[in-house]
Every structure is written in C-alpha cells, then in structure tokens.
Write a protein that binds this ligand. Structure first.
Ligand SMILES: Cc1cc2nc3c(=O)[nH]c(=O)nc-3n(C[C@H](O)[C@H](O)[C@H](O)COP(=O)(O)OP(=O)(O)OC[C@H]3O[C@@H](n4cnc5c(N)ncnc54)[C@H](O)[C@@H]3O)c2cc1C
Length: 500
C-alpha cells in the first residue's frame, strides 16, 4: 500500500505511540468473549436501574437528607440479590468471574441514574482491589468466601478500603507526597500481630461493610517505607465506627469515620508488610506505592466512568425537558440554541466514555488484572467448573510459597513504563470524566431554568453528586499533576514534579 515508504519504524513498538493509543495493543490480544460480557453486564445494570434504582433514588436522597444516620440496607440487600457484590470476584475465589473490562461500563450505567447508588455498589471493588493488591492468597480466599456466602445467605458481606486520614488525603496516595504526609494511623508490632491506633475518615460504605482493608504505617516518620496492609473484621476489639459524614451529595452511600484504639490485629490478617515487600525487586518503599498504584489504576477510571454516568444522566434529563417545554410557542428541542447545547452535552458524554474505555485497555494490559486477559487463562477460568475451586484453593492455602510466586509474577512482572502508563491514563480518565460530568450538570441547569433547581427534577441532584467525584480518589488537581508526571515529564528532562 505504501510502496517505497519504509514502514518498519511505525510497526516497531514506539513508546510515544503506545503512550497515546493504548488500545492499539489490546485489540488483537483481547479475548473475543469480553465484548459479549460487557453487553450482558450493562444490560443487567439497565434492568437494575429500571426496576430498583430509578424508582427509589430521589426518595433515598431525601431520606438520607432528613436522617444522615440512616443505613440503606434495603438497597444493599437488593444489589446483593442481583449479584453485584460478587460479580467481579474471579471464579477461582468463588465469584462470578465477570471480566473486569465490563465493570466500569456498568458503573457508568448505574451513575446515569444515581451516583450515590453507583458508589454503594462500585466501591465494593475499591475494597476488593486493595485486598487483591497485597496478593496474599490466604487472606483473599478468607474474605472472598465470606462475600460469596453473604450473597448466598442474603446477608450482604461488603468490603471497604481505608486510606484517608483526618490529616492526609491526597498525600496518602502518592509516594513522593506520602514521605511528608501527616499520617497518624500507626501499627506497632507485638507478639502474634500488631496493635493499631489511629482514625480513618470519609470511608465509603464503612458502616455497612463487614471487612475493612486498612493501610497503616509502622514508622510515622517513614510511612512510605513501612506501610502495612491489614484485613480488619467487624467486632475486632479496639475497632469502632465513628460519625457518618453529612455531605452535599451521593447521600445514598454512607461515608464513615473508623476508629482504632489499641486494636490488636493478628498476623494472619496481615495482607502484606514491609518485610514481605523486601523480597520484591522494587523494595518496600516503591512496592508499597506500586500496591496503591495498582488499586487506583483500576479505580480511578471507575470514577471517570461515574463522571460519564452523571454527564449522561444530566444530558438525558435536559433532553427530556427540551422535548416537553415550549418557549415562544415552540418546543425547546426545535430551537437551534437548545440543539447546539444538547449536542455539546452529547459530546461530553462521548469524550468521558472514550477516555475511560481507553483506560480500560491500559489496565487490561498493564495492571494487576492483566493476567486475567491472557487468552488461554481467560478461557480456562471462564470454563472452570466451580467444583474444582475448592480443590485448588485449600492447596494454595497451605502454600504461602504460592503467594510469593504470584506476588513476584504480578508486581515484579510490571515494568516501570507499564506502571507509569497505567497510572497516567487512570488519572487522565478520572479528571476528564468527572470534569465533563460537572460541566453537563451546569449545562442541564442552564437549559432547564428554575425547573432544574427543583428537587424532583433530578438535575440539581446530579450536580450535588458530581462535585464529590472531583474530590475522591485523589483530587482532580493532584490527578493532573500525576498525568504530567507519568505521561509528559518523561519526555522533558528538565521537568520536576512533586519535588521536595
Ligand atoms: C464522598 C467521599 C468518599 C470517599 N471515600 C473514600 C474511601 O472509601 N476510602 C478512602 O480512603 N478515602 C475516601 N475518600 C477520601 C478521598 O480519597 C480524599 O478526600 C481525597 O483523596 C482528597 O483528600 P483530602 O480531602 O484530604 O484533600 P487534601 O489532600 O487535603 O487536599 C486539599 C487541597 O489541596 C490540594 N493539594 C493537596 N496536595 C497537593 C499537592 N501536593 N500539590 C498540589 N495540590 C495539592 C488538593 O488538590 C485540594 O485542592 C472519600 C472522599 C469523599 C468526599
């Protein structure tokens, strides 16, 4: 086709091209069945929206406004019955093994009706991602079994993720910032385990979860080098729930304070500590942050997808309004300014979706779940009879060596370039999607006038819900800096990011 033109430079792997077009590499590698799985999962979320979420979302928002201590167990039990809390747990741990690529399109779908309900379901996988990031098969197996049993018995078993502290939010998620962070949650080694003291705040689903994936630090002066990941269960002595936050939006999803006062956590609940990270090629400091990066590389595009969902909800609300409202004797939908505004909103949804889908390709290739997308393994796991699981897992349990092999394979297997790309794209999709979400809420209110401010017309709720998305999983400001660090600075030798 390009006779006389030397194309080999284009066909060679070129990091500049890989950085901007990650899907290029994925298209050929992705197991075909994944697209069908995405369709099925989104269809399920649509049915859930139509029968459960949409009829209830405004009422739940008002209920939580009146009584911020109300816990939405009715909704959680319903989501549990629909299988959302076990869907993306791999089959080998007893879950349904839905492909991870289908998770964030589902999150968009749920948030197109209510971001609070979207978080009530989606944040389960923030907790589960932290659990998996430690790669301790024994603890993973223990927690996952209870989550699966929670679905079977109808008594939901949820998992929350505890990173943020009263004095440390953004800086608890970045290795360069963590070194100077004002973290206070300390774990002191004692015989048979650790004693933990400290407080975590703004923990989504805290009060309604059974397991809590806790990040603490052995030496508060060297948090990055001494990070420990624990699995804490309700009822452990010294662990209690504090207040529930009264927040402006996403009221359907509780945000909790969690308190540790001389809380003894046995060694068997340690997922990973600095000593275990010593054996990894990056050492404790970098491996600890790789662990956080593994998690946020999966969950930040999820927040971007929440932004896409809110952007879509606002668009659909505005579209409906334009079809009903007459101005100057003419329907809004037939006025050019309104058509152009709606086209802008449609574009915002599409852009938000494109960035999180591109990021989906990146995490499928380079993140901690990349193994799940290797074709033979993917089809093996998909076809694996559930009865085999119990034969495999207890054997793995006995061998902590298996944990070590897994950890080495996943953590040491990831190159610095892959890590940087995954982290940069996760930040990109997070701030792009959430900024576009809020943009569409403003446009919806612009189009709707006073009707948009009414509590029964959805638009004001979308706006309240969307602001929170710009803040959690690292503020959008921080995510911009992280994108610069990961995707711009490597080509600019004089650039310095997060400098002392
Ligand atoms: C609804 C909700 C749910 C949440 N759920 C969870 C959860 O389940 N688990 C959990 O662990 N946490 C959770 N969080 C906490 C969330 O992750 C943090 O709020 C977020 O990381 C930001 O931290 P911060 O609020 O402490 O802000 P800060 O870090 O105090 O930031 C304050 C301001 O300073 C800026 N800033 C901070 N550092 C820098 C820097 N180095 N350079 C430039 N600017 C900087 C920020 O951009 C921001 O504008 C939740 C938060 C909310 C609102």
């Amino acid at each position: 086709m390009f006779e006389g033109v030397k194309t080999s430079t284009l066909l060679d792997r070129d990091p500049r091209l890989e950085d901007v077009m990650c899907s290029l590499d994925t298209v050929g590698k992705m197991p075909k069945a994944i697209s069908g799985e995405i369709r099925e999962a989104v269809a399920l979320a649509r049915r859930f929206n139509d029968t459960v979420a949409r009829p209830y979302a405004l009422e739940l928002d008002r209920k939580m406004q009146e009584d911020p201590t109300y816990l939405p167990w009715d909704l959680i039990k319903e989501a549990n019955r629909w299988g959302f809390y076990t869907g993306w747990i791999p089959k080998i741990f007893g879950g349904k093994g839905w492909n991870l690529g289908s998770m964030i399109p589902v999150v968009e779908e749920l948030c197109s009706v209510c971001a609070g309900i979207g978080n009530l379901i989606g944040v389960q996988y923030f907790g589960i991602s932290i659990l998996f990031a430690g790669w301790n098969l024994r603890v993973i197996d223990k927690v996952c079994r209870e989550v699966i049993e929670g679905e079977r018995s109808g008594e939901p078993c949820l998992v929350s993720g505890l990173v943020t502290e009263p004095g440390a939010g953004t800086d608890a998620e970045e290795v360069e910032l963590l070194s100077k962070a004002n973290v206070k949650c300390q774990a002191r080694k004692v015989e048979g385990g650790y004693v933990v003291n400290g407080t975590k705040v703004f923990i989504s689903n805290g009060h309604v979860s059974t397991w809590h994936m806790l990040i603490a630090y052995e030496d508060l002066n060297r948090p990055a080098e001494t990070m420990i990941l624990f699995a804490v269960k309700n009822g452990m002595k010294g662990f209690s729930f504090g207040r529930m936050e009264k927040k402006m939006g996403q009221k359907g999803c509780p945000a909790s304070e969690m308190v540790f006062e001389d809380c003894f956590i046995p060694d068997e609940n340690v997922c990973i500590n600095a000593e275990q990270m010593e054996g990894l090629k990056r050492g404790p400091r970098e491996s600890g942050m790789q662990l956080i990066d593994f998690v946020v590389s999966l969950t930040r595009p999820g927040v971007g997808a929440m932004g896409a969902g809110v952007a879509r909800g606002a668009f659909e609300t505005a579209l409906q309004f334009a079809r009903e409202k007459e101005v100057d004797g003419k329907l809004l939908i037939n006025q050019e300014w309104a058509q152009s505004l709606l086209a802008e909103m449609y574009k915002n949804v599409a852009l938000a979706r494109l960035t999180y889908m591109e990021c989906n390709h990146v995490t499928g290739l380079y993140g901690m779940a990349s193994l799940l997308n290797i074709k033979p393994l993917y089809y093996y796991m998909k076809g694996m009879p559930v009865s085999m699981l119990d034969r495999i897992m207890p054997a793995a349990n006995k061998m902590d060596a298996t944990t070590k092999i897994y950890r080495k394979l996943i953590m040491d297997g990831q190159t610095d370039e892959e890590a940087r790309r995954a982290s940069g794209w996760a930040s990109l999709s997070k701030f792009a999607g959430t900024d576009l979400g809020i943009k569409n809420c403003h446009l919806a209110l612009e189009l709707m006038g006073q009707a948009g401010l009414r509590q029964d017309r959805w638009a004001e709720k979308f706006l309240r819900d969307s602001k929170l998305l710009q803040i959690y999983e690292g503020t959008n400001q921080l995510n911009r800096l992280n994108l610069f660090k990961c995707l711009v600075a490597p080509g600019v030798p004089e650039a310095r990011v997060f400098e002392e």
